[in-house]
Write a protein that binds this ligand. Structure first.
Ligand code: SAM
Length: 245
């Protein structure tokens, strides 16, 4: 049976890779990559560097074009389903190029359990039998807390991890500590009396960190965000919000 290793590679620092991740990369006969296009070439480049350093000689690099996700708000859950189906199709085509007694690896940004669709996509792959093994990775949330030198939660208190889109709909019920990911529109704008720890490209040479209290810190975050985005053409940022501190 084909084996598929889903390997968390960390949030951008090559040294985030765990020993388990290093060994998994060394076991792979082929690496499957869904290329997201030129704008995010850095994301592919890190994977290539990790394979060059830890991969087995002669391991193959199998690339498929990542289908574009329909960027419509209306019918959002349906759009995600369609996108996952299209990605499952591309993944199945790549897996057909892997022998039945071979091991393939998918190198997943951060940790595969957190806002990543790889495992859901593999669930949807039909007609190509395989076993799955998951190697956890350092998430952008862990990396953010480490770089700001803060704990994620306060003693005995819950934390919600959510998206910018959800936060824009309102502060989550029952929590005072919120991690925000996938925020395209600055959902922190308009919040008051909230401490914020913000980071972009955390763990990479482009890392930018801002810490402060909202609303005063919003201008600094917005300026850092817009400058970095204009320079690189894309941005990945995450932040922790804490109220009542
Ligand atoms: C599709 S999710 C992937 C999350 C990933 N699986 C993880 O464990 O961090 C992409 C989001 O992760 C966050 N992210 C990933 N890498 C990051 C980094 N190096 N710095 C800041 N945020 C990052 C951003 O919020 C980005 O929009």
């Amino acid at each position: 049976m084909r084996r598929v290793l889903v390997v968390g590679i960390g949030a951008g620092d090559p040294e985030h890779l765990t020993l388990q991740g290093v060994r998994a990369i060394g076991r792979a006969d082929a690496f499957l990559v869904l290329d997201k296009g030129e704008a995010k070439a850095d994301l592919v480049d890190l994977r290539r560097a990790l394979v060059a350093e830890h991969g087995r000689a002669g391991a193959r690099w199998l690339e498929g074009r990542d289908p574009d996700r329909a960027r419509v708000r209306e019918g959002y859950p349906g759009a995600v389903q369609d996108w996952r189906r299209a990605r499952a199709q591309v993944t199945a085509d790549l897996l057909r190029q892997v022998g039945e007694d071979e091991t393939a690896a998918l190198l997943v940004w951060g940790d595969p359990s957190l806002f990543d669709s790889t495992l859901a996509i593999l669930e949807q792959v039909e007609d190509v039998p395989f076993d799955v093994e998951v190697v956890p990775g350092i998430s952008s949330v862990s990396a953010l807390c480490a770089q700001h030198r803060i704990p994620l939660n306060r003693v005995g208190r819950p934390v919600v991890v959510t998206t910018g889109r959800r936060l824009a709909e309102g502060w989550p019920e029952g929590v005072d500590d919120v991690v925000v990911m996938l925020d395209a529109h600055g959902a922190y704008e308009g919040l008051e009396g909230v401490d914020v720890w913000w980071g972009a490209y955390v763990g990479t040479p482009d890392e930018v960190l801002v810490q402060g209290r909202l609303p005063e810190a919003a201008a600094a975050i917005r300026a850092a965000h817009d400058e970095a985005r204009a320079r690189k053409g894309w941005i990945m940022d995450t932040y922790l919000l804490r109220r009542g501190g």
